[in-house]
Ligand binder design. Sequence first.
Ligand code: M6R
Length: 594
Amino acid sequence: MCGIVGYSGKGDAYLSVYKGLCRLEYRGYDSAGIAYPEKGDFVIIKDKGRVSSVLDRDFKCGSGTVIGHTRWATHGTPSAENAHPHRVGSVCIVHNGIIENYASLREMLTEKGYTFLSQTDTEVACALISMYYDLLHDPIKALAVAARLFTGSFALCIIFKEYPERIYALRKESPLLIVPSDGFTVICSDLTVPDFDFDSYYIPESGEIAVLDNGKTEFYDFSGKNIEKMAVSGSFKGDVHVSAGYGSYMEKEIYQQPQVLYKLFSESEEKYEKIKKLFYNVNAVHMIACGTAYHAALTASGFFERVSGIPAYCHLASEFRYGEFIPDDNGMNIVISQSGETADTIAAMRYLQKNGRKVIGVVNVPSSTVDREADLTLLTEAGPEFAVASTKAFTAQVALLMRVAFFISRDSKKPGQYLSTLVKTVKDAVFNALENSEYIYNVASVMSRNSDSFYIGRRTDYALACEGSLKLKEITYIHSEALAAGELKHGTLSLINDGTPVIAIITEETVKDKTASNLEEVMARGGEVFCIAREKDMPDCVKPGNRVILPDIPFPTTVFTASAVLQLIALKSAVLLGRDVDKPRNLAKSVTVE
Ligand code: M6R
């Protein structure tokens, strides 16, 4: 996590970095800071808090070289001391990632007389670079030696007092991109940062050093050898503004779903042609992801099996990578990630590839690490998602996995029947479900007045329950659990008290009676029962005011209407509680640490 940005060259470097940091805040927002060289020294402005509270947008710094940082704390609490940039001697740096061996490096440096003001691994990295710079008097040589001593993952931007017009950068695994323009260059964690048009950019690889100098960029490897590097073609075409009429990015992203889903279901099969060869003879599919992306796998997997005729298994990337399981040669592996930068998902992908297995990436952010490293990528094309709580990326992932199932189906009749309904219904159905605001508001107002909540469902609806529950706790801070409805009586029922809210989801007709019985059991213990279902699937026991009725469209369209409603319940509950919906406490959008 953390976002880094640097600007070198002509133009208003400070304002560009300020704006870039605002755009990167989704990566971490507990502290912010900038640094620039001035009169043979550094000026550093940093503190805990959001970019707009730490930095003044209208500040004029007069330097063409500025580096900036927005932080998600890993080592040390959010504080002015722990905020980046850090400086030691002639060196000042910002960092995204983790220097894993910082404790031993800190000990070694302390013995040599270095003292530290913060608890961060970054200040240790800065001290090590400074030590070698003092010894070698050459930034590239100092960086190359230090880089070889760091373990972990890192993207660093560095300025040296003696080279005020340059930004140096080091990368190992953590994302870093360099966008050249007319007379200046921007270096950043992702492509949302540049506020100018561009058609190409550089991707420093792991193990490379970059030097930005007045619009020119040079590259070196970690042995200090100069290397040639080609820019890749590409740009960023995304709307980074909260549109009028929406209270947050999350709200905007929820309402973008009808269009995103329609596009995914109505696009031609061309995009899927490339996976044909990979699925030849496949006897099992392994879906690997974290958080909401994992829930997308769970949500799609039952339907995937039913349509494709191939068993689908879901794995948490954070667990999978430490196991000893390697799917056999006839298994196909799919990693799913909105950002394409989630450390555990990347590690799982690399683990599989190292063991000779092919991996398909289902990714939203083009040019992200998963997109670049997967054997083949299918882009969800949901457009940039800025709210920390994932919404449209989730539904796009589910939809794309369904389309993969249609494409590889062993029963040629099934896909057509489902796909034509989805194309015809999904857009209006999701839109209409979101319009059901009176009942959604009712659920949200009860949720926001309780400190605990439960979500239940069976099969696909259990997966949706997991996602609905995660969404709620993520942005409201209300404790919530999701259960397979049949599991309640195996323990958790003991937590149901008078008025405890329990939300059931029913999108699959086949299990509606069973879930209805579970709701009766909750009511018998005093629980306040809500249900999200089509009218014909709605259990009689649910009070009229507690029913959120979905449009009368068949499964699997109901998966998308129900998930949109669940997202809106979480959003409205959070708004009622006055939470910062887009930037919930303790979290960040892109989880680039393990
Ligand atoms: O970028 P990814 O899809 O790999 O991210 C995975 C999770 O970190 C992410 O889905 C997280 O759970 C969301 N904030 C939930 O809304």
